[in-house]
Design a protein around this ligand. Structure first.
Ligand code: ADP
Length: 376
């Protein structure tokens, strides 16, 4: 696996029961997965020679992030390395402009969008639609809201162009909430769909995930799962695909589902599956990239809630564990071993049960307590 973050750490964990020999290419020896993976190479994923050397002896290469240059992956593939997902799919998770163009071609609903050349062009884009505000995004390299701006005037629009990378303009969708549809597909073409979830973002960062999305009509849920399966098939995705969605309101008051973006790797909106589904996203990602039959994606309980633990005051963990574990024996804690920085994702908790409010309150309490923002 290329990339040493928490996604690699949890993918490694999911491969252990299958006896998978897991090799990691990590930026540093102290990245989350590098702390636990025995076979770790520290190196730069942007360097083709490092990638070549790393790939030697691997049956298959997969990813914890989308930052490996597409050209390098094409080169590895041409040399016979099994790269899953492959570069022709991964480019749509790397480049938001390419993703918008391809999905539109496939008839998948997206926000109104266009690549823009500069602030004056942004103003033209705004006036072609409902005017300002509009959303600007650098087509590559963004994550957790970095690389996304909401601009209200032409003057505001200068900043995103400073990085010198192409900029995508989008209508500002007045969404009711954000959803995610997670599917997994194998090279043989088998695919499974997890229940559609609601993902609550705070300040551009995923905060809580409710599984399944409360109040989503069963027909809308099935249509959304089918949309994600169609994307996985049409783009030839192998492994886990997260389709991040906006639920907006159509002209007749009906829900209108639009695709925001794609991630081709395990995803924060799928962390609930570790404890809340028969087969976790990590286990299914491992199965998919090895072309093994996929596991049952069904939920184990009516409701599962995942809450991220963000870096905050971060109390001494031992007394925090004493408190949280004693208070809630059903609580599932997943910490990533990362250094704490304010706002950084350092872990998450999962709770599940029959009553959404109760399950939600338990997850919220534990995430806040582990972060150190509450003391009772
Ligand atoms: P990132 O790559 O940082 O995850 P996203 O494209 O997912 O970037 O955008 C981050 C957040 O910004 C989204 O989760 C959403 O809350 C908001 N956002 C992005 N695009 C739009 C849009 N067109 N309309 C309204 N909000 C948006």
């Amino acid at each position: 696996m290329i990339g040493g973050g928490q996604l690699a750490r949890m993918t490694h964990q999911a491969g252990i029961p299958l006896g998978i020999r897991f090799k990691l290419l990590s930026d540093t020896a102290t990245d989350s997965a590098a702390l636990v993976a025995g076979d770790t190479v520290v190196g730069d994923h942007r360097d083709l020679e490092t990638l070549r050397e790393f790939a030697r002896g691997c049956d298959v290469i997969t990813f914890d992030h989308e930052h490996v240059p597409t050209g390098h992956l094409r080169a590895l593939q041409a040399e016979g390395v099994a790269v899953r997902p492959g570069p022709d799919a991964l480019v749509y998770a790397q480049d938001k402009g390419a993703m918008r163009a391809r999905l539109t071609e496939l008839g998948i609903p997206c926000p109104r969008h266009r690549i823009v050349a500069g602030p004056a062009d942004v103003a033209r884009f705004a006036h072609e639609g409902g005017g300002f505000p509009v959303v600007l995004k650098t087509v590559r390299g963004g994550y957790d809201g970095k690389g996304v701006w909401v601009v209200r005037t032409e003057e505001d629009a200068a900043e995103p162009f400073r990085a010198g990378v192409p900029v995508l303009a989008e209508e500002l969708v007045d969404f009711r909430r954000e959803l995610a549809a997670n599917v997994v597909r194998s090279p043989s073409g088998q695919a499974v769909a997890y229940p559609v979830v609601e993902s609550v973002q705070v300040g551009g960062v995923c905060d809580t995930v409710l599984a399944p999305a409360p109040g989503l009509a069963p027909e809308a849920a099935v249509r959304t799962q089918q949309l994600a399966l169609k994307i996985a098939m049409e783009l030839d995705v192998v492994g886990h695909l997260a389709v991040e969605l906006f639920e907006a309101t159509g002209p007749g008051g009906e829900p209108r589902i639009l695709v925001n973006e794609l991630a081709m790797r395990p995803h924060n909106s799928g962390h609930w599956t570790q404890d809340g589904a028969v087969t976790s996203q990590f286990a299914n990602h491992v199965r998919a990239v090895l072309d093994l039959p996929l596991g049952d994606p069904r939920p184990r309980a009516p409701w599962t809630v995942m809450a991220n633990v963000l870096g905050g005051d971060y109390p001494d963990m031992y007394p925090a564990y004493l408190h949280c574990m004693a208070r809630d024996p059903g609580l599932k804690i997943h910490m990533y071993g990362k250094d704490v920085k304010p706002g950084r994702k350092v872990g998450h908790v999962n709770t599940y049960g029959d009553d959404l409010d109760e399950v939600h309150a338990r997850a919220r309490h534990a995430a806040d307590y582990l972060r150190g923002t509450i003391t009772e």
